[in-house]
Design a protein around this ligand. Sequence first.
Ligand code: DHB
Ligand code: MG
Length: 219
Amino acid sequence: MESTPSAWSDADGYLADLLVGHDSHLEAALDAQREAGLPEIEVAPVGGKLLNLLVRISGARRVLEIGTLGGYSTIWMARAVGPDGLVVTVEAEADNAAVARRSIDAAGVGDRVDIRVGRAEDVLPTLEGGFDLVFIDADKESNTLYLDWAATLGHPGTVVVLDNIGRDGEIVRDDTTDPKVIGTRAGLRMLGEDPRFDATALQTVGVKGWDGIALAIVV
Ligand code: DHB
Ligand code: MG
C-alpha cells in the first residue's frame, strides 16, 4: 500500500468499523453539527473511543473538556464517567454550545454534562478543581494557558490529553508563522519542561489526516 491520505482514511474507517461500531446518538450529534454549519473538526471515531477508554482506564469521575464544539467528544467521555460522574465542558461559541446541549441531552447523558459558555480564559478561573482528566481541544494559540489550568484544576495523577499535536508535521518548524503551530509547539515544550507534567505524544494518521495527541500525567 502507498501511504496516502486516502489510504490512511480507509484504514481508519476499517478500524472504526471493527472496534468502534455505529451509534445512532453519536452519528446524530455529527449530523446536527454539520447541519448547523459547525466546522467538522471533532475527534475521529477511534479518537472518541480512545477518550472513552482513557476515562475508564484512569477511573476518572470528574472530567474537564476545553472546547465542546458540537458535543461529540463530550458524549464519548460522559458515557465513560458513569451515572455519578461529571463532565464540565467549556465552549466559547454560544451557538456551538446550543447544538452540543441538544445532542448531549438526546444521547441521554445530559444530567452529567455541565456546559459553560464563555471564553475558557474567563471560565476556567471560576471552576472548582479536582478534575481527574482534562481534554484540551480548543484554540491552539492558548494551549499553554489551558495546560496551566489543567495542572491547577487537577491533582497528582490527573490525566491530560492535548489534541492536534502533529499538524501535518509542521511542529518541527521553528520558523513557522502559523499561530496554531506556534501554540502547538509551545504546548509541547511546556509538557516537556514544566515539572508538573510527565508526557509523551503520538502522531496519528487517519480520517483527520496527519496529526496526533499528547498524553500527560500531573505529577
Ligand atoms: C483544528 C482544530 C482541531 O481541534 C482539530 O481537531 C483539527 C483542526 C484547527 O483549528 O485547525
Ligand atoms: Mg481537535
